[in-house]
Design a protein around this ligand. Sequence first.
Ligand SMILES: Cc1cc2nc3c(=O)[nH]c(=O)nc-3n(C[C@H](O)[C@H](O)[C@H](O)COP(=O)(O)OP(=O)(O)OC[C@H]3O[C@@H](n4cnc5c(N)ncnc54)[C@H](O)[C@@H]3O)c2cc1C
Length: 173
Amino acid sequence: MKPSAERAQVLVVGGGPVGMLLAAELAERGVHTVVLEAETKPRDAPRAGTLHARTVQTLLRRGYLSVPDATDPGDPRARRSTGFHFAGMPLLRIPAPTVEGPPVLGVPQSALEETFAARAQEAGAVVLRDHTVCEVRSSERSGRVTALTGDGTRTFEADYVAGCDGARSVVRT
Ligand SMILES: Cc1cc2nc3c(=O)[nH]c(=O)nc-3n(C[C@H](O)[C@H](O)[C@H](O)COP(=O)(O)OP(=O)(O)OC[C@H]3O[C@@H](n4cnc5c(N)ncnc54)[C@H](O)[C@@H]3O)c2cc1C
């Protein structure tokens, strides 16, 4: 079956920071990814506001955050990267972080979610808002997901369903 909004390789249920980041990472690797998010727009209610050291380091390395010196194009350290192979996969590259980020960084969760969502969509992920998943069924080969939308119900199928729908997860239930 051809990829479409209804037929994805990976269906991500929940477009919070975990779901949007997963979608961005998958889509950048060419995986056809569809995000189903219940809310009609990103939440702006204050939630997480602080990133700690390992998260700052990881997000910097993957290019989701920038700190002043890390993006200076005149700084030769900004271009440092090393090619390597691993587990039979050739032509891998890993860039060295140009600077370590601060141990703690104030970033509103809503801003981070928008950064992840924008990068996911730039890479080709489909983000469908106003889609509240109400049922998940799995077979040996695929997952089938039903979502309630403003216009009725829609059914989706995917090779994998990722439950990124927060603490009261329908997928886990
Ligand atoms: C007041 C507050 C302060 C916090 N402060 C910090 C902090 O300073 N630092 C920190 O690291 N963490 C903090 N946290 C925790 C942080 O907000 C959570 O760890 C984070 O939101 C979890 O991300 P998530 O993507 O797993 O889930 P969520 O952010 O809960 O996202 C889940 C998404 O799934 C969607 N969804 C849910 N059910 C469905 C469904 N059935 N169908 C479709 N979509 C669905 C929701 O609309 C939501 O967008 C704080 C939390 C709160 C509430």
